[in-house]
Ligand binder design. Structure first.
Ligand SMILES: C[S@@+](CC[C@H](N)C(=O)[O-])C[C@H]1O[C@@H](n2cnc3c(N)ncnc32)[C@H](O)[C@@H]1O
Length: 246
């Protein structure tokens, strides 16, 4: 396991300081930039005694591995990945679980956007297979706008087995596929629920698909064959939110 990571961008660093300030080793700020959006972060970091360093843009670009850092980069202690055992603990203390399964999303921008959607929809946890999926990279954190620091992400060895385990615990798994007959607006999304989304290129893998209790589509009216996975995730999660609020 990596010992250190980098998190950059105003929202991601804010969420980090709000939720796990003990992870922050040092903060790097863009030299000569007097951005009022950074001031609250600097003040908050100072209350935790965090080391603050000022540096030129090139240094921050190198530290972040990106130019999208908005003038702030944090070097942080890496978190221990959450596993099946941690998932059990979460299920045991959650009355009506609302979960998101992402079966092999590989683009960090898509994972970041899915985490952001999941957080906004009130999802309790996101589950991904350990292999063939992007993990929690600094780009994922930046795109997730703070959600990567708040929403638990479980990386499981065998997704099909975890799905069966969820079902044993009473969770209904709704998979999504463009060609499914029933649509998401007709499905009952109110009880203990996991919504399963497929990978960017191939969709849900066969075993994952067969492991779902039902499959639904999002009706498409135009000429394209599918939605981007993060957009489809938002549509499905918020249909579930609509039903669960009603
Ligand atoms: C880009 S799509 C994958 C397309 C892939 N060619 C396929 O055959 O499934 C990525 C994921 O977004 C979701 N998705 C996209 N459009 C959808 C739709 N119209 N209905 C249901 N799910 C959709 C599904 O979870 C899908 O696996």
């Amino acid at each position: 396991m990596k010992k250190q990571d980098t998190i950059f961008g105003i929202h991601a660093v804010q969420a980090l300081l709000d939720n796990s300030p003990e992870r922050v080793i040092e903060l790097w700020l863009l030299q000569g930039r007097d951005d009022e959006r950074l001031t609250p972060l600097i003040n908050l970091a100072s209350t935790f005694g965090t080391t603050l360093q000022r540096a030129a843009r090139k240094v921050l670009d190198d530290k972040a591995g990106s130019s999208q850092h908005q003038g702030i980069v944090a070097r942080v202690k890496a978190v221990k990945p959450l596993t099946e055992k941690d998932l059990d603990e979460l299920l045991d203390k959650t009355a009506v679980p609302f979960l998101l399964i992402l079966d092999g999303v590989t683009d960090p921008h898509n994972l970041g956007a899915c985490l952001r959607n999941a957080d906004a929809a009130g999802v309790h946890a996101v589950i991904v297979p350990k292999d063939n999926s992007v993990g929690l990279t600094s780009t994922v954190s930046k795109v997730a706008c703070g959600a990567a620091e708040t929403i638990p992400l479980f990386q499981v060895t065998n997704l099909a087995r975890t799905m069966r385990h969820l079902q044993d615990k009473g969770v209904w798994i709704v998979g999504t596929a463009g060609e499914a007959e029933g649509n998401v607006y007709q499905a009952d999304l109110k009880g203990p629920l996991a919504i399963a989304m497929g990978a960017e290129d191939k969709g849900l893998r066969r075993l994952s698909r067969e492991g779902c209790d039902s499959l639904v589509s999002i009706p498409m009216s135009g000429s394209v064959s599918s939605l981007n996975v993060s957009v489809a995730t938002g549509v499905c999660l918020f249909e579930a939110v609509r039903q669960r609020l009603g």
